[in-house]
Design a protein around this ligand. Structure first.
Ligand code: NI
Length: 169
């Protein structure tokens, strides 16, 4: 396992649509292990493969609260089967857009299908933080980051702040 560098905006790779994965094998599990280690080190609660420069449809997540045992989750080729009409607004952040947080409105609940780390097909209904997080991460697979949901002004401001931050690091 290895911690990999996380790409930040405006890296053009973050705009790329990620390609489907053929199946879950040892190479893919090694990628997922690097991703979860990178996410824990950041620290963050979700990470898409494209954020470490691998444009494939893979996401890792852990929504355990502080003090709880780790609950790593792995999503391969996730699809949204259903979205609720009810919307919810939640403050989001992103490891590719450090130190920027803003409200994004999304469907409150979604039903998803994906392959887990063992390659089994799972269908689940997600609500609350799980729903927000999976929608945020699945946006990454389409080359979309959360600031793309904000006004152009806010987006441009966020990108220039991140550029400054990265230059200063
Ligand atoms: Ni993100």
């Amino acid at each position: 396992m290895a911690v990999r560098p996380i790409l930040t905006v405006p890296d053009p790779l973050l705009k790329q649509v990620s390609a489907p994965v053929e199946g879950v094998d040892e190479d893919l599990r090694a990628l997922m292990d690097d991703m979860i280690e990178t996410m824990y080190a950041a620290p963050g609660i979700g990470l898409a493969a494209v954020q470490i420069g691998v444009p494939r449809r893979v996401i890792v997540m852990d929504l355990a609260r502080e003090g709880e045992d780790k609950q790593p989750r792995f999503f391969v080729n996730p699809e949204i089967l259903w979205r609720s009409e009810e919307l919810v607004s939640c403050e989001e952040g992103c490891l590719s857009i450090p130190e920027i947080y803003d409200e994004v409105e999304r469907p409150a609940k979604v039903r998803i299908r994906y392959l887990n780390r063992e390659g089994e097909t799972i269908e689940e209904e997600c609500d609350e933080l799980y729903s927000v997080c999976i929608q945020h991460e699945m946006d990454h697979l389409e080359g979309i980051v959360f600031i793309d949901h904000l006004s152009r002004l806010k987006r441009d401001r966020a990108v220039s702040k991140v550029k400054k931050l990265v230059r200063a690091a």
